[in-house]
Design a protein around this ligand. Structure first.
Ligand SMILES: Cc1ncc(COP(=O)(O)O)c(C=O)c1O
Length: 426
């Protein structure tokens, strides 16, 4: 759910007259000497504590998988079957099309892009061997680390707008149809980073079935927040892998997920799901990189969860901690900014972020004002390739990490900064 993006462009002319009052408010804010941080989407210590029992699992003398293998030893490249079964159910994919791997999913995404560059995807030439640029479509606002992978590997980025139903499918279809250098698109289907939107079934169908000028085009379907609901309604992701298969493009989708925001961030387990051909492709190259994943950690996770219902129950505990923080963000923005026309914001049903659009041209000023008042915000522009938001309007808020009372203080301060920056620009 979100407010209309247009609203933020109609600033109440009265606002300029409030400049002295807002400057006073801001000076009082600075005088408080706050030190608060809404930058990265990290779980709070309270959330990490939910998974504390993992630290004593699997436990001395308990190192045998369900199939009887000793998890302390090498091998098992595709990951522990009992863990794969749990997440195959949650992600809606066949277990044989799901790999369980090491500590985080970003490295799987990076590896997929690197492998495609070096060796090509099944049936294709190495991307790096093509004349001219390789292009990825980047829905904006989006996840900075997706963009950083492209930047690191010299992949050209072309932005497409996000809509409440996911990437603008018309814009995407047009670009992929005419430009064979477009080899990929980033997509966070469920509770996107940062706008919380969910890819609708219709958009998913369009993305997996649209004709592409590049025969080796891939959708990087980063399902990072598949089970990270903020309401009791558990929104289901469109099943892009099945839909791609039905559409006759079985190899188009590479799906990623992890337990970084389920158990321990950066010390969980990660997953890659795709067609049998893509899984064979990835596994073959993986076999040169590793003799097998950390199965001890995988066993520990399988024992901790038990089954898919165990993951869901665990996520409900996260929700109980997170939902009040998100509610505070949207409540305070509504109370302080209401219909003044200085900002619009998302009210997500899941994920880790709230995306705020302030008066165009003022996002960097808001971040600067907040910083000078002791509130760290993600740099303006971070949600765009190369850190450049052409409208200088988008700010990503991450309320998960600080305790609720600090989120409330920080958001009140952010609202003051948004108002002051708008008044300065009026
Ligand atoms: C969309 C998205 N994908 C991936 C990640 C990182 O996941 P991992 O810790 O599994 O690398 C994040 C973290 O913020 C994210 O927002």
């Amino acid at each position: 759910m979100s407010t209309s993006p247009e609203q933020a462009t109609v600033v109440d002319p009265e606002l300029a007259t409030r400049l002295p009052e807002l400057r006073e408010q801001y000076a009082a804010l600075q005088a408080r000497g706050l030190s608060l941080d809404l930058t990265r989407g990290k779980p709070s210590a309270e959330q990490l504590d939910l998974s504390e029992p993992l630290l004593s699992l699997p436990g001395e003398g308990n190192h045998t998988s369900a199939a009887g293998t000793d998890v302390r030893n090498y091998g098992g490249l595709t990951g522990l079957p009992e863990l794969r079964e749990i997440f195959a159910e949650l992600l809606g994919v066949p277990v044989e099309q799901l790999l369980a791997q090491d500590n985080a999913s970003l490295r799987l995404m990076y590896d997929c892009v690197v492998q495609a560059m070096l060796f090509g995807v099944p049936g294709g030439e190495p991307w790096s061997a093509t004349d001219g640029p390789i292009t990825f479509l980047c829905p904006v606002p989006g996840y900075d680390r997706h963009f950083a992978i492209c930047e690191e590997l010299g992949i050209r980025m072309v932005t497409v707008p996000m809509t409440p139903d996911g990437p603008d499918a018309e814009a995407v279809a047009e670009l992929v149809a005419e430009d064979p250098s477009v080899k990929g698109i980033w997509c966070v289907p469920t509770y996107a980073n940062p706008d919380g939107s969910v890819v609708s079934e219709a958009v998913a169908r369009r993305l997996v079935s649209m004709p592409t000028a590049a025969p080796d085009f891939r959708i990087f379907w980063d399902n990072a927040y598949a089970v990270h609901h903020l309401t009791e309604h558990e929104t289901k992701s469109a099943n892009a892998i099945d839909l791609a298969d039905e559409a006759g493009n079985p190899d188009r989708v590479l799906m990623f997920a992890s337990t970084s925001k389920v158990t321990f961030a950066g010390a969980g387990v990660s997953f890659l799901a795709s067609s049998p051909a893509n899984i064979a492709w990835f596994s073959e190259h993986l076999s040169f990189r590793s003799i097998g994943p950390d199965k001890v950690n995988q066993l520990r996770h399988a024992l901790f969860f038990g089954d898919a219902a165990g993951v869901r129950a665990h996520m409900a505990k996260h929700r109980a901690i997170l939902a009040p923080k998100f509610a505070a963000v949207t409540r305070i923005l509504a109370e302080r900014l209401g219909d003044l026309g200085v900002a619009t914001w998302t009210d997500p049903d899941g994920g880790y972020f709230v995306s705020v659009d302030v008066v165009p041209g003022t996002a960097s000023r808001v971040v600067e004002l907040a910083g000078e008042a002791g509130i760290k915000l993600t740099p303006a522009g971070a949600t765009f390739p190369y850190g450049e938001d052409p409208r200088n309007a988008n700010i990503r808020l991450a309320p998960s990490m600080p305790p609720l009372d600090e989120v409330e203080v920080a958001m009140d301060a952010v609202a003051t900064c948004i108002l002051l920056a708008a008044a300065e620009s009026a």
